[in-house]
Design a binder for this molecule. Sequence first.
Ligand code: CDP
Ligand code: MG
Length: 709
Amino acid sequence: MNSKYSLPNSKNNITKFSMKMKPTPIIFGNKNGPPSPKKMKMNSNENMNSSNYNGNFSPRPKLSIQDQRRKLPVFDKRNKLLELIKRHKTLIILGETGSGKTTQIPQYIHSARLQENGKIAVTQPRRVAAISIALRVAQEFGQGMQIGDVVGYSVRFEDVTSTKTKIKFLTDGMLLREAMFDKLLMEYTVVILDEAHERTIHTDVLFGIVKRAQKIREDKNLAPLKILIMSATMDVDHFSKYFNNCQAVYLEGRTYPVNVYHTIKPHDDYQTSCVATFFKIHKEAPANHDVLIFLTGQEEIEACAHQIRLLAKDPDVHGPAVKVCTLYAAQPSSQQLNVFHPAPPNTRKVVISTNIAETSVTISGIKYVIDSGMVKVRSFHPSTGLELLKTQKISQEQAWQRMGRAGRESEGYCYRIYTRSQFELMRKVSIPEIQRANLCTVALQLLSLGIQAMQFDFMDKPPRDATMAAFEQLTLLGAVETITSTTLTPLGKKMAKFPLDPRFSKILLSAHDFGCLEEALTVVSLLSGESILINPTSKREQAQNVRQKFCSAYGDHITLLNIFREFTNVGQTNKRNWCHEHFINMRNILHARDIRNQLEEICKKCDLTLKSCGSQMDQLRKCLVTGLFMNTAELLRDRLYTTLDKKQAVQIHPSSSLHGQQPALILFTEVVQTSKCYLRGITTIEAEWLNEIAPEYLKSHNIRLNKSS
Ligand code: CDP
Ligand code: MG
């Protein structure tokens, strides 16, 4: 690509540039100086100052790991913190991202033996954070220390802990599962709920669970449970009030001023604008100034990475070599960890990330942040009955966090791909997931703990219609008798044993009757891990052609099954080549195989027999209906579908193997909203199966199927 950039006009602090691939130039206006630091509301906090911290560690640290630890803002506060932790049974700890909360505080507690005979649990909303932080802490513990010894981690389908483990990093979802087997979490004496401001649905439920466990343990004179709530930013009053007016402490970190620029005009194509802005920076900034770009998801991030790699090689583009790293949830862990490695000399690192890099992980060397202002969120709409993956504007709080990533080690720059007035219009804080998610899984988990979600002590209650919708789903799936039930049916109890969405556990539990448990296990495992298909932007067609032979006329689930079956048949030594040839992500397919083994174990415990339906795909398709009958749509006309219950207009996603075809009736596993509502993960089904398998559903929603279906 031949691209030219006009030199930015740095006079008047207005930056102008253009780029052939993007006709509209992006113009940034500089705000007068950096924004005033966000003031956090405090209770009776003990404000710690950081006068002893020189904050002067190099962007590419050459210090020993122990020296790096000593340089962290939290280091000087060690004794004071330990004293507070000892004194209070619940404590809120606030501190800037990168101040050492997550990596250091569990180690301090451990070395002071405050956890006594129990373990320390540290939760993280994301897998990548749980794993990368556990690895880092194990490394800090000293030479010869293996991950899984004293320091371990546990994320869904991957447990790297042992009997020796004292500090356990886990995703909030995993701790919640542990609570289902032991409500009082007796294994732990300290539970640290980290990144509390993210307010994931699991963290919100855990707030209630740990609060309850702490109280019961106290009443019953059992080993006390200490609760620490940590975050970089939060509404302290709200949290403190919920935790019985607990104490909060503010670790003042060291941050440097960040110059913030907004665009002068709105830019709809934020992705291209991010690339253009990167090259503007690239042309001028010294090579060791790294750049962090916030985008929304895998496809966008990969496309942006591809563009930057291409353009960086263009002889017309001036600047040092570029190392492009990407960071998103659906990425193999090893690739994710790559972002933490410094770039080689004379090379600029650019990290393109989702909101993971907002607060969960700290990447050193970042001097510039480019903020698209967008984020992808999953939200459930009781009115349409759909749970959507939707790209939307971030909150102002997120914008400040993103900006802060540029000022951790020295003065930084933040380019916002939105105008000042667009910023002013953003929500102040994000809506907690509990108030926008499908509550079906949570309601089932709570019921298995003997708690009715309506009665649960939530910090912020979920909307009533979402809770009702969840109980309605559970009733239709057969997990409870009625929507007011306070106990699970025997089927519901079995469903709760699986670390899965209840709809998928239902599929496994019915597979036994359809004689297709082998196949159902494979399909559910493939849907539970990250995508096994690689679709590189530059070779998309080639990838589709070579995988054409696996495509089933029944749709995506059976296509995935065909791929997995073939992968299993390929000899051990040829697997890598086979994956490469067929654009299959080897790591993800192996991970799916591990997931399958674990789910198979649970099936055996539920006395389910492993049977294969061979090529009788109707059995498998019917079995999918038993869990996914609520995710169904029928053809209306000309590629336009409508969901059966709420009559929402939808279309088949271009990535589906059924794209371009028009089956009369389909079930789906995912909905993505861009300009339209698209369905992903589709299987064709027959109308009579719905009558046979889900008559109550059809009746309660007054569904009459089109004659054509
Ligand atoms: O939790 P908080 O944001 O306060 O900081 P942290 O995650 O404990 O990180 C403290 C420091 O450890 C960071 O500034 C990084 O330099 C370093 N770190 C690292 O090098 N590798 C990791 N995987 C995690 C942290
Ligand atoms: Mg942290």
